[in-house]
Design a protein around this ligand. Structure first.
Ligand SMILES: Cc1ncc(COP(=O)(O)O)c(C=O)c1O
Length: 466
């Protein structure tokens, strides 16, 4: 058999085995009765290659906004390999040099923060932030029960049940209830669809002030924390106005409610600052991070807290339950920490946060004029994190049905560029295209990404009969 024939045999076999045995994430497998399932094989820089050898510009950093430093970063591969040879694992109740060095690096990047707790996924990190917040108040005020968590409409915090209960996206929650109790929702912060029907700046930032209403409704003595994505990701790339978080902070301080910022997507340069919250003037209590922490070369997440949170867990040895009794087996994967350190070094040395800010602005500027088209409601973004809100009617802002976005995403992919869209998020409002390419994106690649959006959106305008 010649080489080409043997590759084709392998493709055929992998496709067949995939159809037989894989249960893919977020996928309706019914589609594979008529289509071939996707199989990705390799990546280099900002490009990925599928099983047929077709190359794509990856506008989503590994489909779900992870590979911030791009593919093929040898320094990360080396750091992982060396650490696996030295000590692949040791349970997280013991320190290891990479864990210690990662903690040192993170607190250097995060003035005011001092403690780092490692885990594996974004969901897990957020769960731990809830456990920390609840136990913090139970230790601080024995007899009082401050345990509720407030979250925001359109934000996402993960797939396990407590973080799903804290997720403001009905389509992620549907069918999985009953969800745990003790969670309450506040309105989203998207000006384009202001919940209060107002217009910034004459709006008194009602969306932030609404937190106080929710706290009062729930009973201030029962509320432990509010969890927020600094810039909402999967809920539609929502960038709160500058005054938003300082107001949230003021309300949290008034009622002694902790602020947990979910940096799982925003963190590590995605938005043009190292962390998303750093675009705003306020001081969160707890940060959670995952995807960009090691650019997903290894599964690692972290919860980073202020010292006053940690100090509340310094129990008298006689108090057997008074410390944080949480554990995460694979938090002890030392190569995850080694990968994260090498990854952060690349982000710093190659000035990828700065590149994200510059290329992100270029991308935004290149596409802003699409707003003149009748079905483009708003083009928004921060850093290499872009959203294009599609509407059927500009006056009513009726969302464009998502089947059309799906069609345009498929066209761009056929043309060799992977772009994204809101998927199974907020019912009736899955109408925002997304882009979150690797932060190493150069000018030419930025132009190609912009052109991919322009091409499918303009073509759609000429073919969609109104
Ligand atoms: C903002 C945000 N938080 C948390 C998570 C959950 O992370 P994981 O899938 O690693 O559990 C995600 C995942 O997409 C996310 O977007």
């Amino acid at each position: 058999m010649n080489k080409q024939a043997s590759i084709e045999m392998k493709v055929e076999e992998l496709v067949r085995l995939q159809k037989e045995h894989l249960w893919l994430h977020m996928t309706n497998h019914k589609a594979f009765e008529t289509q071939e399932p996707p199989i990705m094989v390799s990546g280099k820089g900002c490009m990925v290659t599928d099983i047929h050898g077709k190359e794509y510009l990856d506008g989503l950093s590994g489909a779900i906004w992870c590979v911030n430093v791009g593919y093929g970063q040898q320094a990360i591969v080396n750091a992982i390999t060396e650490q696996l040879q030295l000590l692949p694992f040791y349970g997280g109740s013991t320190g290891t040099p990479p864990y210690i060095r990662l903690a040192q690096k993170l607190v250097e990047l995060l003035p005011g923060f001092s403690k780092v707790y490692v885990a594996n996924s974004g969901s897990e990190a957020n769960e731990k932030s809830f456990k920390m917040s609840r136990q913090y108040f139970r230790q601080k005020y024995p007899g009082k029960d401050k345990y509720k968590i407030i979250y925001r409409h359109r934000d996402y915090h993960g797939s396990t049940l407590a973080v799903l209960a804290a997720t403001g996206q009905d389509e992620r929650k549907a069918g999985y209830g009953p969800l745990p109790l003790g969670f309450a929702e506040m309105p989203h912060a998207l000006c384009y669809r202001c919940h209060f029907g107002k217009t910034y700046p004459g709006c008194n930032i009602e969306c932030a002030r609404a937190l106080e209403t929710v706290i009062k409704q729930e009973g201030p003595d029962s509320v432990a924390a509010v969890i927020l994505e600094p810039i909402t990701a999967g809920g539609g790339i929502i960038i709160p106005v500058a005054e938003y978080y300082p107001i949230i902070q003021e309300i949290c301080r008034k009622y002694e409610v902790l602020m947990v910022m979910d940096e799982v997507v925003n963190g590590f340069g995605r938005t043009g600052k190292m962390f998303g919250y750093q675009h705003y003037d306020f001081e969160p209590d707890i940060l959670t991070m995952a995807k960009g922490l090691a650019s997903a070369y290894m599964p690692i997440s972290a919860v980073v807290t202020k010292k006053y949170i940690f100090d509340q867990f310094l129990a008298d040895p006689a108090d057997t339950l008074g410390y944080f009794r949480d554990i995460s087996t694979f938090g002890g994967c030392t190569a995850g920490c080694a990968a994260a350190i090498a990854n952060i070094n690349i982000i710093q040395e190659q000035k990828l946060t700065e590149n994200s800010a510059a290329m992100g602005q270029y991308l935004l500027d290149s596409l802003k004029d699409l707003e003149e088209l009748p079905m483009v409601g708003e083009v928004r973004g921060k850093g290499l994190f872009l959203g294009i809100e599609m509407v059927e009617d500009k006056k009513t802002k009726a969302p464009l049905p998502e089947k059309y976005l799906a069609q345009m995403v498929a066209e761009a992919k056929a043309d060799g560029v992977i772009i994204g869209r809101m998927a199974r998020s907020v019912s009736g409002l899955n109408n925002v295209f997304t882009a979150a390419p690797p932060l190493i994106l150069n000018k030419q690649e930025t132009e190609r990404l912009a052109m991919a959006f322009r091409k499918v959106i303009e073509k759609f305008h000429t073919t969609y009969a109104k």
